[in-house]
Design a protein around this ligand. Structure first.
Ligand SMILES: Cc1cc2nc3c(=O)[nH]c(=O)nc-3n(C[C@H](O)[C@H](O)[C@H](O)COP(=O)(O)OP(=O)(O)OC[C@H]3O[C@@H](n4cnc5c(N)ncnc54)[C@H](O)[C@@H]3O)c2cc1C
Length: 430
């Protein structure tokens, strides 16, 4: 049974400002391929591109449209490292795995820039990102984060004190911050569309509006859609938060969460320039964080909030606009022109889950909020593993995957409790 009911792009600012839509047919009839990738978000597209560049034969099957999922709806922030940082990996997985993963923590952002350059992708790339501290504890964490990333060889960071961050962001909310010159932001849907065009240019096949409704496992696995099927040597599962129940093992250890965004009308030049004069993207250090940036046409794109269990919020403006006005009261009276919601996939450890189902089905999922860079890295390491070099894939696969306590039925209430706990922690500044 199909789990994705509406295959149109959501009414986002990104869909309204997308470059020419891709022309891709729906799957019909029987096909054979070497590698079949399920899902045309960044994970699937990056895997396909890396494989095609190495001469493999690749077919991507997408339930809706290219970039229809989180990859075409997100904040566009190129955030380095992982949702839990390398020190957590050091503590939980040991020094060897931490060294391997730490060496890869800044690679995803480089991959994005390489792809943009190599395939001339028009997606408004802008350099620079800021982590903003709301209290002194968060500032201490940022100071530790800088030292940690520098220990792993990353040198593009600058701490900002109170005056420093007020020069960068026109709000009184922050006590300081951390500027990452190697971060930045992009128009996320246009990045996905550009990657998909590159896949097609390299001879890869993409089928849209072709939801995989069954997988037949075996020596040569088969994916079935309503009107066709593909037999492959290897399958890559890249459906992330939109995979539904297609692969029960993956559903059991992850949970889709919704987060919402709004886009203002284009702001007058002087107002836009006064908000974030350097044009960086910004995210605060709360667990349930606010994230925002200016678009190329001077809108403020503001996101935040987490709705567990991926329910659509009744009124996104009511949820997100007050957050925006708390940061920028000077935007009172500015119109909101777009609002949308999207799902990312949470894991209990908040680290990604990478692994195999049998010999010939590989997956990567659950980057838990920060996925723009990780998914691009994931595509590279999945392609390496399919090509026979499993060292980096195995390092990720060695991270423990925890099932959600109480199974799938209890995931939403459990996490609502978690959200309540973390909201309280954020409010108390703990
Ligand atoms: C609103 C929002 C804001 C975010 N902001 C940021 C940010 O600023 N920075 C950051 O680093 N991360 C951010 N994230 C997270 C980031 O967008 C995701 O981690 C990342 O895009 C996940 O990519 P993906 O390819 O794994 O999944 P997706 O992009 O969700 O792609 C999965 C695709 O698989 C398809 N699919 C699923 N099931 C099937 C099936 N059965 N058959 C065929 N196709 C299927 C879906 O239709 C979908 O297109 C945000 C997420 C959201 C929702």
């Amino acid at each position: 049974m199909a789990s994705i009911s509406d295959t149109r792009y959501p009414p986002s600012y990104y869909a309204a400002s997308a470059n020419n839509p891709l022309q891709a047919p729906a799957l019909e009839g029987d096909q054979e391929t070497e590698v079949c990738v399920i899902g045309a978000g960044y994970t699937g597209l990056s895997t396909a591109l890396h494989l095609l560049e190495q001469g493999h034969d690749v077919t991507v099957v997408e339930a809706a449209r290219v970039g229809w999922g989180a990859s075409g709806r997100n904040g566009g922030q190129i955030v380095n490292s992982y949702s839990r940082d390398i020190d957590v990996i050091e503590r939980t997985a040991g020094a060897r795995v931490a060294t391997e993963l730490g060496a890869m923590a800044f690679e995803g952002g480089r991959i994005i820039r390489e792809l943009i350059d190599r395939y001339d992708i028009q997606c408004d790339l802008k350099q620079g990102g800021i982590f903003a501290a709301l209290n002194s504890r968060q500032m201490e964490e940022l100071t530790r984060q800088k030292a940690l990333w520098e220990r792993y060889g990353y040198k593009q960071l600058q701490l900002l004190d109170g005056d420093g961050i007020r020069d960068k962001v026109a709000t009184q909310r922050y006590v300081g911050g951390l500027l990452d010159q190697g971060s930045g932001h992009i128009h996320p849907l246009n990045l996905a569309l550009g990657e998909a065009r590159a896949v097609q240019k390299l001879g890869g096949r993409i089928y849209e509006q072709s939801e995989v409704i069954a997988i037949e496992r075996g020596v040569r696995p088969v994916v079935r859609t309503a009107h066709g099927q593909i037999r492959a040597r290897v399958l890559v599962i890249a459906g992330n938060a939109y995979l539904g129940g297609l692969v029960p093992e993956l559903k059991a250890k992850s949970m889709p969460c919704g987060t919402q965004m709004i886009a203002t009308e284009p702001l007058p030049d002087t107002l836009a320039a006064s908000l974030i004069p350097g044009g960086e993207c910004v995210e605060d250090c709360n667990y349930l964080l606010d994230y925002y940036r200016l678009s190329a046409d001077r809108r403020l794109l503001y996101g935040g909030g987490v709705v567990y269990g991926a329910r659509d919020p009744a009124d996104i403006d009511r949820l997100i606009r007050p957050k925006m006005l708390r940061t920028f009261p000077q935007l009172d009276g500015v119109n909101i022109e777009y609002r949308w919601t999207g799902n990312f996939l949470m894991t209990l450890s908040r680290l990604p889950q990478v692994g195999r189902l049998g010999n010939n089905i590989l997956y990567s999922q659950g980057c838990s909020g920060h996925g723009v860079t990780y998914t691009h890295l994931a595509g590279r390491i999945l392609s390496e593993a399919i090509g026979g070099n499993t060292r980096r894939f195995d390092a990720f696969a060695s991270l423990r995957h925890y099932p959600f306590p109480g199974g799938h039925l209890l995931q939403a209430p459990f996490s609502a409790l978690g959200a309540w706990y973390y909201t309280l922690r954020d409010r108390l500044g703990l």
